[in-house]
Design a protein around this ligand. Structure first.
Ligand code: FES
Length: 98
């Protein structure tokens, strides 16, 4: 099972391959911003993938980010399925997860 780490905190979890990243973040007990039903409307669930492989962005994710003025560096956690060990962070986590 892929292992996720959430720096700068030290929390880590394993999730079944194919788990949505936003669900894994919730399972780890970390806050994740969202204002839609995880369906690429709000663009609030942007996270930074620091290491590990995730699939390239599809046009629908790029369009959601453009529409919501989300930084190019961020990926939308509600469309990423976890298939690899990942390190993921969000600017507002700070020291959470220790
Ligand atoms: S939760 Fe709204 S776009 Fe991801």
């Amino acid at each position: 099972m892929p292992r996720l780490r959430f720096p700068p905190g030290e929390r880590s979890i394993e999730v079944p391959a194919g788990t949505l990243l936003i669900d894994a973040i919730r399972e780890a007990g970390l806050p994740i911003a969202r204002a839609c039903g995880d369906d690429l409307v709000c663009g609030r669930c942007g996270v930074r993938v620091l290491s590990g492989r995730v699939r390239p962005q599809k046009p629908v994710e790029l369009e959601a980010k453009r529409r919501n003025r989300v930084s190019d560096e961020l990926r939308l956690a509600c469309v990423i399925r976890v298939h690899d060990d990942l390190e993921v962070t969000a600017d507002y986590w700070g020291e959470l997860g220790r």
